[in-house]
Design a protein around this ligand. Structure first.
Ligand code: GAP
Length: 459
């Protein structure tokens, strides 16, 4: 997709993430390791909130899904059965000219088609114009060895998706969870892909986290549940503040479908580089359970005692990336505006996603204010994500908190000692009100639980 985004540039997001300690390049003191990132304090808190909201939507808000946490290293036969050993590859071409750069042929073709060119015509290296090699299929799985001897019998792979860890546990889950179709199994965890062209910050990396749920149902109900999950997943993003105008649902063309899928729609977000996949929602049919039955010899069927039916359940899979979702929330929340003649950068994150919910700040570091502010902070921190912030001028502290997306700021000033009230500042409206310390935690928890819509929607 080549639609232009009007929001921040990726460079602005990368700079903010570095400046405020959300995300930075990994192994920086050794010169980095391409397209690999570490999450700092606020990045960890934000990413955890994204994951918690996903768990909430999957587990707390419904009772037909159970959780699992499967191993990253699995029996290599899992990948034989799933088709990853044979088919999980991208077409790689290399520049034979000056730069020798490697490219994904399908990405080059997509870019040419987006500009109205012929994707099947001759393609030259976009960097130096050199001739390109014949395409070769490049398997994306990382290979390693188990045990001290690097012999072929001990070869294993880092999982390229969390989904297979769910399918191979289908029988275990059925036997202990007392669930029957329709029901789902959800998992969050790291996946690894030796991507040919990682890039666009945390959008495409070689090590990333996925949030995947496999929803098992009767073959007849599969289309209905596919529709259901398309709606649910779109709602999840918009309820957490993503502006609906920046999301589209794009059904895959027949020639784009993965080997396992009979229908897939991607939720795409208008990232700075244009509309790109945020999450895929696939109808996997009974492909995976059938394959694992064949390869393992185990029966992975469901026997419905009420009807006497025995069948291999069909599967609907909403598969999201934690890092991509985090990037989308950051991009959508980022805004630069002018306040009283000064520029302010603010992350208008949904309060539920904000790394810090409330900053407690003494106006000046004297006259007993720090001590009282510390007491207020202590009274809040176990009930709501609070941060004590006493460094620099109050303006500087507000700017810092705005940039990390803190929805509320509390200042302790001279009047606090007189009437035990504080000033409560709202990140979005910039209103300031005087509120009593007594009942402050309850007031903030009420605000956190209230509905929230991005102020950008009213703009
Ligand atoms: N089990 C199906 C599956 O893995 P996918 O479309 O390959 O489907 C699902 O991956 C999601 O995982 C993507 O929509 C994306 O959000 C995330 N993802 C995939 N590859 C990624 C990468 N290299 N870096 C970051 N996120 C990635």
């Amino acid at each position: 997709m080549n639609e232009q985004a009007s929001g921040p540039t990726l460079d602005e997001i990368v700079a903010l993430c570095k400046r405020r300690g959300f995300i930075f390049p990994s192994s920086e003191i050794y010169g980095g390791v391409g397209s690999t990132y570490d999450y700092g304090h606020y990045g960890v808190l934000l990413k955890n909130n994204v994951k918690n909201e996903w768990w909430r939507a999957m587990l707390t808000d419904r009772d037909d899904i159970v959780a699992i946490d499967s191993a990253i290293i699995q029996n290599p036969r899992v990948w034989e059965a799933s088709g990853h050993l044979e088919g999980f590859s991208d077409p790689l071409v290399q520049c034979l000219g000056k730069c020798k750069k490697r490219w994904r042929l399908d990405h080059l073709q997509e870019a040419i088609a987006a500009e109205g060119g012929d994707p099947d015509g001759e393609i030259r290296c976009p960097q130096c114009g050199g001739e390109l090699s014949e395409p070769r299929e490049f398997n994306l799985m990382f290979k390693t060895h188990v045990g001290p001897v690097a012999e072929s019998g001990a070869e294993v792979y880092l999982r390229p998706e969390t989904a297979q860890g769910i399918f191979i546990n289908f029988k275990n889950v059925l036997s202990f969870s007392r669930k029957k179709p329709p029901f789902g199994i959800a998992q969050i965890g790291k996946s690894f892909r030796n991507e040919i062209t990682p890039g666009n910050f945390i959008f495409r990396t070689r090590e990333f986290e996925q949030m995947e749920m496999e929803f098992f149902c009767t073959p007849d109900d599969a289309s209905k549940w596919h529709e259901h999950w398309l709606g649910e997943r779109m709602r999840w993003y918009t309820e957490l503040g993503i502006r609906p105008d920046n999301l589209i649902l794009r059904p895959h063309e027949a020639d784009e479908l993965s080997h396992y899928s009979s229908a897939t729609s991607d939720i795409e977000y208008l990232f700075p580089m244009g509309y790109s996949e945020l999450e895929g929602i696939a109808n996997r049919g009974n492909f995976d359970l059938t394959q694992h039955m064949k390869h393992s010899g185990e029966k992975l069927e469901y026997f419905d005692q009420a009807t006497g039916d025995r069948y291999i359940p069909h599967v609907i899979e909403p598969a999201a990336g934690v890092d991509r979702a985090t990037l989308a929330f950051l991009v959508d929340a980022y805004e630069v505006e002018e306040v009283d003649g000064r520029e302010r950068t603010v992350l208008r994150l949904h309060p539920k996603l904000a790394p810090v919910k409330v900053a407690v700040m003494p106006l000046v570091n004297k006259d007993g204010m720090p001590e009282r502010a510390r007491e207020v902070f202590e009274s809040l921190r176990h009930r709501i994500g609070a941060e004590y912030d006493s460094g620099g001028s109050i303006g500087k502290r507000y700017r810092r908190q705005d940039e990390i997306g803190t929805p509320w700021g509390i200042t302790i000033d001279g009047d606090t000692a007189v009437d035990d009230t504080v000033t409560l500042r709202d990140r979005d409206s910039l209103t300031q009100e005087r509120v009593p310390i007594d009942g402050l935690a309850e007031l903030l928890l009420e605000k956190l639980a209230a509905d929230w819509t991005s102020p950008k929607l009213d703009a």
